[in-house]
Design a protein around this ligand. Structure first.
Ligand code: P71
Length: 458
């Protein structure tokens, strides 16, 4: 008999989660004005709101917490983190920040000016936010294949080189300080970028004198996909692939809450001393001194250890295998999801799940509400609510994809939980025709409305 797959870790500490009744959940979600962000977490049985900061640290990471050096300047914990980043990712200059968007804030304070254009592959919301806040524009150059939810393509996060070259050719090049490559591309479904694409983007950028900055939140998951999908990399280690990926970049921003498997933290990695010097000033203003940047010494220790564990093949195989397992179960039951499944989440395609509900009634949000009622499973809408209104016309923006994201925290849930999640979704799918209408907005904030919006059933 072939030995079945089993997780490469065992459990030393458990955290209780509570089941509830359907009637309770109907009441709770109504009280939360049909906004999943407004549910207190004790009402959620399986929480798939995000994979960010929700992972389980290892015994080694917890041990590192005890060894943290809390000196204000020059703590040994900083050097442990900096040396690990140099060893694994190759950057000489490192600035710690409290999380990923803080790294963006500090670096963009140096690199982004009013009127600039920043091409990339479907920039993440906070990245776009920090660009637009500086009156610059994020230009999406993702390959067209990414927007077809059923098309199988190994690297749907890739940048279209023709689109990128067009941006370079048709704009003053001094208005384009950098290209941002997001690995994996969260916005297009946790889809990876190939090594070939990273290399070719970097070559094109060199030709035009444009910097390459990698938004690296899920860099290790990206390296895993390169190993298993890209020719020539099957025999390389994850760390060899990681080193090559970053060798094409001038700098990086990192949300350590993902692939460094910590609950809070981030950093910037740079090659250029002058940019590092300028960024240091902003780091001191916004984050803290340059050797802690909003993190405790113990946090930096755990982060360094997390980078090592996050770049181990066995761990990545088990993590991404869990998502593939859930995806396959759903596909076997005909549930429409984004394919191929990405590295950190399943994205349910609400346009095909609830084709009778128009985008103006927030189909992905009502699907999230129904899934919570069904099994106490919490996902997050990536659709019309998140897309927000056009800043000028104030009309709803209707995105091409209307998705419910189920992000899987790292090392937290078991295969039984995956089966439970799948059954909850399949049950909703079987009664999809009973879901006749969506939701309407009763109140919304002028910007980033999805966090606080108040909704009502139609
Ligand atoms: C995710 C998040 C975190 C999040 C954001 C907004 C609402 C709910 C949860 C954060 C990312 C990311 C990429 C590619 C930068 C950040 C910001 N993602 N780049 O997917 O995915 O990092 O959260 O540490 O500030 O749930 P930060």
């Amino acid at each position: 008999m072939e030995l079945p797959f089993a997780e490469p870790y065992k459990i030393k500490m458990v955290e209780q989660i509570r089941k509830s009744t359907k009637d309770e959940r109907i009441q709770w979600i109504k009280e939360a004005t049909y906004n999943l962000f407004k549910l207190s977490s004790d009402k959620v049985f399986i929480d798939l709101l995000t994979d960010s900061g929700t992972g389980a640290m290892s015994d080694k990471q917890w041990s590192e917490m005890m060894l943290g050096d809390e000196s204000y300047a020059g703590a040994s914990s900083f050097f442990k983190m900096k040396n690990t980043i140099k060893e694994l990712l190759g950057f000489d200059y490192v600035l710690p920040t409290h999380q990923g968007r803080a790294a963006e804030n500090v670096l963009f304070s140096v690199l982004v000016k009013n009127g600039d254009l920043i091409p990339g592959n479907s920039h993440f919301d906070t990245t776009k936010g920090h660009i637009e806040f500086r009156h610059a524009k994020a230009v999406d150059c993702t390959i067209d294949e990414a927007f077809n939810p059923t098309l199988i393509h190994p690297f749907k996060g890739n940048i279209d080189l023709n689109k990128l070259q067009n941006v370079f050719e048709n704009n003053p090049i001094e208005k384009i300080p950098m290209v941002i490559i997001t690995i994996t591309c969260n916005t297009s479904g946790g889809q990876p970028v190939s090594m070939q694409n990273i290399r070719e983007v970097s070559e094109l950028c060199k030709k035009y004198g444009v910097k390459v900055i990698v938004d690296s939140a899920r860099f290790a998951e990206n390296a895993y996909f390169i190993k298993v999908r890209e020719k020539g990399y099957e025999n390389k280690t994850i760390r060899e692939i990681v080193a090559e990926m970053f060798s094409y970049a001038d700098g990086m921003t990192m949300s350590s809450k993902k692939d460094a498997i910590v609950n809070m933290g981030g950093f910037i990695g740079l090659r250029d001393k002058e940019i590092y010097r300028q960024a240091s000033t902003f780091n001191i203003i916004y984050e803290g001194y340059i050797t802690y940047g909003g993190l405790s010494g113990r946090d930096m220790n755990a982060l360094a250890q997390g980078l090592r564990e996050g770049t181990e093949f066995e761990y990545l195989e088990s993590r991404i295998g869990q998502i593939e397992y859930l995806g396959k179960k759903l596909l076997d039951h005909g549930v429409p999801i984004l394919e191929p499944v990405g590295g950190h989440a399943i994205f349910i395609d609400s346009k095909r799940f609830l084709p009778h509900i128009p985008q103006s009634e927030f189909p992905a949000q009502i699907l999230g509400v129904e899934l919570f009622i069904e099994g106490g499973v919490r996902g997050t809408e990536i659709g019309t609510l998140l897309a927000d209104r056009d800043p000028v016309t104030r009309e709803n923006r209707y995105p091409k994809l209307e998705l419910l994201r189920l992000a899987i925290p790292r090392r937290v849930y078991s295969r039984n939980h995956m089966d439970y999640i799948a059954a909850s979704i399949i049950n909703v799918y079987e009664r999809r025709n009973e879901i006749k209408r969506g939701l309407k907005i009763n109140w919304e904030a002028p910007i980033m409305r999805h966090f606080t919006v108040e909704l009502e059933r139609l």
